[in-house]
Design a binder for this molecule. Sequence first.
Ligand code: 5AD
Ligand code: SF4
Length: 446
Amino acid sequence: MSDKKVQKLLHITTFGCQMNDYDSGRLAALLTREGYTLTRDKEAADLILLNTCSVREKPEHKVYSFLGSLKEIKKENPNLIVGVAGCVAQQEGEKLLKKVPLLNLVFGPGEVENVAALVKRAQAGERLAATSLGALGRQIEPELPPDPGLKSQVTIMQGCNNFCTYCVVPYVRGREYSRPAETVLAEARGMVEKGTREIMLLGQNVNSYNDAESGLNFPQLLRRVAEIPGLWRVRFTTSHPKDFSPELIEVMAEVPQVMESLHLPAQSGSNRMLKAMNRRYTREHYLDRVELLKKNIKIAALGTDLIVGFPGETEDDFADTLELVRQVRYDYSYSFKYSDRPFAKAADFEDKVPEEVKSERLARLQELQTSKSLELHRELVGRKLEVLVEGPAKRGEALVTGRSRAGRAVNFPGHPSLFGTLVTVEITEARINSLMGRLVKPAQGE
Ligand code: 5AD
Ligand code: SF4
């Protein structure tokens, strides 16, 4: 059967962060060029790629259960090529081939550009692990996904030099590399020409973007992207608090296309923990920056990442984190139980916090966040917000969904003709993760 097939089918499953989403887009684009067509159906696929995340223990576990679920499919279709990409691939390399016999191919983030050649070698019968990070810098030439959506992502930098003591990223994604501004701008322009209206600029630490060629820093690049005609909205992630500058706040306040949303991972509210984590800022510095942001931007939404149960975290340290959440009033926070990661320094720290304590702290933190999110959202009832309508809402007939400038999900009764337009919505009801509203008027000029 498969010999007669004219079309080669490719299935990609992606775990992890937006960097992995972006890499999966690249993999799809590069393999489409080789004659592959994307399919959701794993059983029909000739090639299955799993793009993986190893930032915490939990997503890494998911990789092994996904691979386990492919056993039957591989039995039915022995010609199927299975590859693992991303951070687990980089972290484990050859070992992964040994652990998982059905695997044909393992390749890290630095090998994405070589995917076509790697797949060919796997098809020729080789089992191989490619984990060079050397090509990371040259990897991302301007390239458009075949069909960029209303919202697209553009990677502006890769890797990380920060070495937070809990984090595997510098080891699996390599050192920081800023893409040339010209390349970033060409890619963004191309997407806008094909219909993208909102761009998310991506990097592990966008604030340390520094293009040697053009001399542009991140706030300057952000301005240039925002000036692209036809682009309505720009966001960026992630910001490291130590590099989040007043200059950037100025651009956020001044440039209407730059949205009022910011993801600023605090990780902990305790100075003692921040030091042990090698975060290189203090709670006071963090709060200063938040205050400056709030002073300059009226309805900004702040999000954060928090780790509970870092080695040595006492009840007092944890109380500092709870207090930070109360003080900053985050719109949302992603919180995680600390887990040891290969290569990361904290794996060797003593004074590990017991699992039950971590779970209990996580539950308290999440409960507090839920009440804060609801409180903030309630304050928006009665306000009129600009919303970019993205599509049908998941739940609720005849409801459409979009995002406010601050990035909050807004659902309201509306017609599909509104998809892809900017409208004004009056907020009528607050939920924990979203807002309900009613259409006031389609926005002008679009
Ligand atoms: N344990 C728990 N959480 C972690 N993160 C990164 N490494 C770890 C770890 N070892 C969290 C941080 C980071 C987010 C992407 O994942 O909060 O910001
Ligand atoms: Fe990891 Fe810290 Fe780099 Fe973020 S800044 S990727 S947490 S090392």
